[in-house]
Design a protein around this ligand. Structure first.
Ligand code: CA
Length: 316
């Protein structure tokens, strides 16, 4: 049994603005095993590391290029060249409706100086750190909204795989998980694009019972059998792995991890945040212990990799 891995969700995003190289370097120093990259394409088809197809909630684009919004008032990465995107300043995430920070106790919005990294730049930094530290920390790129990219005539998966291949990530043994929410696209990565890297099917809106309410072992088995045809793991919401506590306070663990393991799939739930806890528990370290020891996850996505590494190392 290998140790569960700690995946730095958008970097050490609990401490520095998400998806900046600074947030990734900090996560690296905190001992994360994998660093996550959400990827979208620019107008000139360069994969850049951004969580959304929009850029207005994490940059100063509205202030410096106000005329570049679409009719819906939003600014889209795909409408900008990589040079234009790199000229923007990145800020701690703001709420689109209110303009206020999503996580008010995190890094102050608009402070210091950060920029959007390309995927290639970020890989170069991580591989550089691997060279200087002698470690072998992995990457965990996500293909964001592939259908939306296809609608704009862009094949994000194909372009992203080219970047991974040219940087030495090719085989199942390489430290690189590729993740995607789109079930058809994830299957396409394996079956049409011949991706040999470990694939993780993210499962935001996947149902785990006939009516979508609750967890039915037989139903879960049927779904996961299909995912196991092409994927190596699943990335469910954390609440789909441990969904609360019973009357005696004992955590409730769903059949999802057990079923996934029976199908040879690893389970990497998201997202553990000390400042956004589920309503049934207040203690972040205890939640981490439940995920590792009770739910027996194979890894987890967290904005606080230092704390997840610390608890993992205490337990194992
Ligand atoms: Ca992601």
């Amino acid at each position: 049994m290998t140790q569960p891995i700690v995946i730095a969700h958008r970097g050490a995003s609990g401490y520095l603005p998400e998806h900046t190289l600074e947030a990734k370097a900090l996560a690296y120093a905190m001992g994360a095993d994998y660093l996550e990259q959400d990827c979208v394409l620019t107008k000139d088809e360069v994969p850049v590391v951004l969580h959304d197809i929009h850029i207005d909630t994490v940059t100063n684009v509205a202030a410096v290029m106000p005329k570049r919004a679409r009719n819906d008032g939003r600014f889209y990465a795909i409408d900008f060249t990589v040079d234009e995107l790199k000229s923007l300043r990145v800020t701690e995430r703001l709420d689109h409706e209110t303009g206020k920070p999503v996580f008010p106790k995190r890094f102050p919005a608009g402070k210091s100086r950060f920029e959007i990294p390309t995927l290639a730049e970020e890989i170069e930094m991580i591989q550089g750190l691997n060279a200087s530290t002698g470690k072998n920390i992995g990457i965990y790129p996500e293909i964001k909204q592939p259908a939306w990219h296809h609608e704009h005539g862009k094949d994000l998966s194909r372009i992203l795989l080219d970047v991974l291949h040219s940087n030495g990530y090719r085989t199942k043994q390489d430290p690189c998980f590729v993740q995607c929410f789109d079930v058809e696209e994830t299957r396409r990565l394996r079956e049409e694009l011949d991706c040999q890297l470990p694939l993780v099917q993210l499962t935001w809106d996947v149902k785990w019972s006939e009516n979508g309410d609750g967890f039915d072992r037989d139903y879960i088995d049927t779904v996961l059998k299909q995912f196991a045809e092409y994927a190596d793991g699943i990335g469910p919401k954390m609440s789909h792995v441990t969904s609360g506590a019973d009357e005696s306070g004992k955590p409730i663990v769903t059949p999802l991890v057990d079923s996934a393991h029976a199908h040879g799939l690893v389970v990497h739930p998201y997202t553990l945040r000390a400042d956004d806890m589920p309503d049934w528990i207040d203690d972040f370290e205890e939640l981490l212990r439940i995920c590792y020891k009770t739910a027996k996850v194979d890894g987890l996505f967290t904005d606080f990799p230092d704390r997840a590494v610390h608890v993992r190392n205490q337990l194992m």
